[in-house]
Design a protein around this ligand. Structure first.
Ligand code: ADE
Ligand code: ZN
Length: 326
């Protein structure tokens, strides 16, 4: 068996996936038609042709525009179910997925509509594909902390429906410290905490995520490697980094996958995992991310096994559940 086939077949967890980022153009068109919403493209191919980004913000503008066709519970169900169906083929056995409620509530969609549609599909995904799941509510960092608090209040009746909160959207100029109080409230409520940091932002943002937000995982974390003291800290804490190679390539965080820091992270004793981030926009689901870095970085069988194990040990499954995969 070649190494790419081996990577594809490994049981794995995905810990960094934005549901809105798994919105394939074909489904976008079908839902737009159903909801009688206009989209400024003639075909799915046209949409794909527009997916050329030179930075995170370029992508986010298109990502939020695409999500604007999602209106009804069925739309959120279809989006989530399609993702689960696709990743069953990559032998993904557990997922911890982000959703961005503010992207939808800002447009007048009820919080409950989003929540119910997604969780019904997650439950059917467990039944139909044997994929277990947890949900992470992500705050949009380009909006205010007050707005995040409002969203957290809306989420309060559903605290048992999600495992934690996250922080995403435009990183530069929006440091983790901006959300110190809302993360403290989430921690008080017993939730897990994660934050995007060090994708485009400096190592200082990773330090803030650790020391001010007190996160349980770092999403991306690439730029941590610029600060040896930070690397030392992340190693000491056994902190999981949810790394997204094809995303990094498409958003020009790296210019070439051969220069991707994933292998260096492994060599330094860090705990990276491989994830797809926004697979419909970045040209690949988790299996394709594994295949791409296996080739570009010449990863060994032992490194692939470590990466798959990291995905379970860094998850929010119970210790007993983790052990069953390790
Ligand atoms: N939202 C969706 N994908 C994202 C990414 N890669 N970084 C920040 N926010 C996001
Ligand atoms: Zn992300």
């Amino acid at each position: 068996m070649d190494l790419k086939t081996f990577a594809q077949a490994l049981p794995k967890a995905e810990l960094h996936l934005h549901l809105e980022g798994s919105f394939e153009p074909e489904l976008m068109f079908a839902i737009a038609k159903r909801n009688k919403v206009e989209i400024p493209y003639a075909s799915a191919e046209d949409v794909r042709a527009a997916y050329r980004f030179s930075n995170l913000q370029d992508f986010l503008d298109i990502y939020y525009a695409g999500a604007s066709v999602l209106l009804a519970e069925q739309d959120f169900y279809d989006l989530t179910y399609a993702y689960l169906k696709r990743i069953a083929a990559d032998n993904v056995r557990h997922v911890e997925v982000f959703f961005d409620p503010q992207t939808h509530t800002e447009r007048g969609v009820a919080f409950s509509t989003v929540m119910i549609g997604i969780t019904k599909a997650l439950s059917d995904g467990q039944k139909d594909f044997g994929i277990s799941s947890k949900l992470i509510l992500s705050f949009l960092r380009h909006l205010s902390e007050e707005d995040a608090f409002k969203t957290f209040e809306q989420a309060e009746p559903y605290l048992d429906w999600f495992v934690g909160v996250g922080l995403d959207s435009s990183e530069k100029g929006h440091p983790p410290s901006k959300f110190a109080r809302v993360f403290a409230a989430a921690r008080e409520a017993g939730l897990k905490l994660v934050a995007h940091a060090g994708e485009e932002g400096p190592p200082a943002y990773v330090w803030e995520a650790l020391d001010i937000l007190k996160v349980d995982r770092i999403d991306h974390g690439n730029r941590s490697l610029e600060d040896p003291k930070l690397v030392e800290r992340l190693v000491k804490d056994g902190m999981t980094l949810t790394v997204c190679p094809l995303s990094n390539l498409k958003l020009c965080v790296v210019n070439d996958l051969k220069q991707h820091p994933l292998k260096k992270m492994l060599d330094l004793g860090l705990k990276p995992t491989i994830n797809s981030d926004d697979p419909a926009f970045f040209g690949g689901y988790v299996g394709e991310n594994f295949a791409a870095v296996t080739e570009a970085l010449n990863l060994s069988k032992a490194e692939l096994i470590t990466l798959a194990k990291n995905s379970f040990s860094g998850s929010f499954l119970s210790e007993a559940e983790k052990q069953s995969w390790l």
